[in-house]
Design a protein around this ligand. Structure first.
Ligand code: ADP
Length: 452
């Protein structure tokens, strides 16, 4: 097995990787920007290397510094976490060239899946159902409008290099098309350095259901069931659960097979997630494949009883996956606790955490790099903790999450805990009656309700 791994990331995911490495007897190297010197991922790694100033571009995204840090510490492998360079084919390639194992797929697999319209074309070739739309990218307005007419309004214009819910435009009628097409291309160009967009039928009120897959170097690919990520604000997930409340064993089998086929199109190696939209008739459509560990991976870990980071490391080392039968046990929910003020339009709320009391008890897991006295830097993603609970049924899991949120006391900064508490009390959430538009269109956060 690897003797030492460098984690090219920060925050909770860096700590998450360190934890598994320790359990596997692998030494760890943390990297950090000057803004993160006091983060727990630095404290708990065996070694830590400062890689630059707060700006991500000068630190966590600076490939030469990461490679140098791995070389001076003799790390044999790099775990990229999520975000930053996790889906950067160039980084995967440079690691390869320096004889450092990138814990993730090959540069080729990353680029084939990372370009969303190319990935979609591949899926069509292999018979994975996709949302009807354009054949690849379209830059010509006239042609684009013709496609929109053909698939039928409403349509969604999506950036081929997109991510994090950005660069998307929903268009309901032809007269709005030009304006949205131009602004989508512009936003994609400035956000991703690639203005290319493609067009899809806009699926009304879908569920976002994604399948976790694992593939090893020996050609074996398996799936670990689904996560429901329909609870979104601005196309960003905020609460995830496994299994999906709408899932049936038949649909799981069908979607699992489709996800494996999707991964097979590139002979996928590593942990990956195949994202689908599911419509009211339980028809499902491939959206994209993420070639990394995801934020919401713990809900799968809890119900399928896997350590996905361990799987990633073993796969990267070349070990074959064991073919074990998938048994989903119980129900797991994750709430993303962000340093944001839900009363003020989710404005980021950086600063010092003066009180930090974590919930505990049976079936409660908190993945966080924060602690009492920790300063949330303003430079990065606002997620400061993930609260994950598991219980025998969905109803039990909701009750456990509800009480855990109340126990989770964070003072000094604003967080999304009060928002989650109200969401957990919402009758539509409780009954499983929601889709990707539910939070923004129907759920109203009430700032006047005093939650502890
Ligand atoms: P990103 O990579 O930016 O997260 P995705 O392609 O995963 O983008 O889409 C993010 C979200 O946008 C989905 O979870 C869904 O809510 C919405 N979405 C994307 N495509 C469609 C579509 N064709 N119809 C309806 N909603 C969509």
């Amino acid at each position: 097995m690897f003797k030492k791994i460098l984690i090219a990331n920060r925050g909770e995911i860096a700590l998450r990787v360190i934890r598994t490495c320790k359990e596997m007897g692998i030494k760890t190297v943390a990297v950090y920007s000057t803004a993160d010197a006091n983060s727990l991922h630095v404290r708990f790694a065996d070694e830590a290397v400062c890689i630059g100033p707060p700006a991500s571009k000068e630190s966590y995204l600076k490939i030469p510094r990461l490679i140098a840090a791995a070389e001076v510490t003799n790390a044999e492998a790099i775990h990229p976490g999520y975000g930053f360079l996790a889906e950067n084919a160039e980084f995967s390639r440079i690691c390869q060239e320096h004889n450092i194992k990138f814990i993730g797929p090959s540069p080729d697999m990353i680029s084939q899946m990372g370009d969303k319209s190319t990935a979609k074309e591949n899926m069509i070739k292999y018979g994975v159902p996709v949302v009807p739309g354009s054949d690849g990218n379209i830059s010509d307005l006239k042609l684009a409008m013709k496609v929109a007419e053909e698939v039928g309004y409403p349509v969604i214009i999506k950036a081929t290099a997109g991510g994090g819910g950005r660069g998307m435009r929903i268009v309901r009628e032809a007269s709005d098309f030009k304006r949205n097409f131009d602004s989508a291309r512009q936003e994609a160009g400035s956000a991703f350095g690639n203005p290319e967009v493609y067009i899809e039928k806009y699926i009304e009120n879908p569920r976002h259901v994604e399948i976790q897959v694992l593939g090893d170097r020996h050609g074996f690919i398996t799936h670990l069931g689904e996560r429901d990520c329909s609870m979104q604000r601005r196309h960003q997930k905020i609460l995830e659960e496994a299994p999906s409340p709408l899932m049936t064993p038949e649909l799981r089998e069908k979607m699992g097979k489709a996800a494996i086929r999707a991964a097979e199109t590139v002979n996928y190696e590593g942990a990956g997630t195949v994202e689908f939209l599911v419509d009211k008739n339980n028809e499902f459509y491939f959206m994209e494949m993420n070639t990394r560990i995801q934020v919401e991976h713990p809900v799968t870990e809890e119900v399928a009883r896997y350590d996905l980071i361990q799987n990633q490391i073993e796969i990267a080392y070349g070990e074959p996956l064991r073919n074990r039968e998938l048994k989903i046990r119980g129900h797991a929910i994750e709430c993303r606790i962000n340093a944001e003020d839900p009363e003020k339009g989710f404005r980021p709320s950086a600063g010092e955490i003066t009180v930090f009391n974590m919930p505990g008890g049976r079936g409660v897991r908190v993945d966080t790099h924060a602690y009492q006295g920790y300063r949330v830097p303003p430079n990065y993603d606002s997620m400061i903790a993930k609260l994950i609970v598991s219980a025998p049924t969905r109803k039990d899991a909701i009750a456990k999450m509800r009480r855990s949120l109340e126990e989770f006391v964070i003072e000094g900064i604003k967080t999304t805990i009060p928002y989650h508490i109200q969401l957990l009390d919402d009758p539509n959430f409780i009954s499983g009656n929601f889709d990707t538009n539910y939070l923004e269109k129907h759920f109203k956060f009430n700032p006047n309700i005093n939650t502890p």
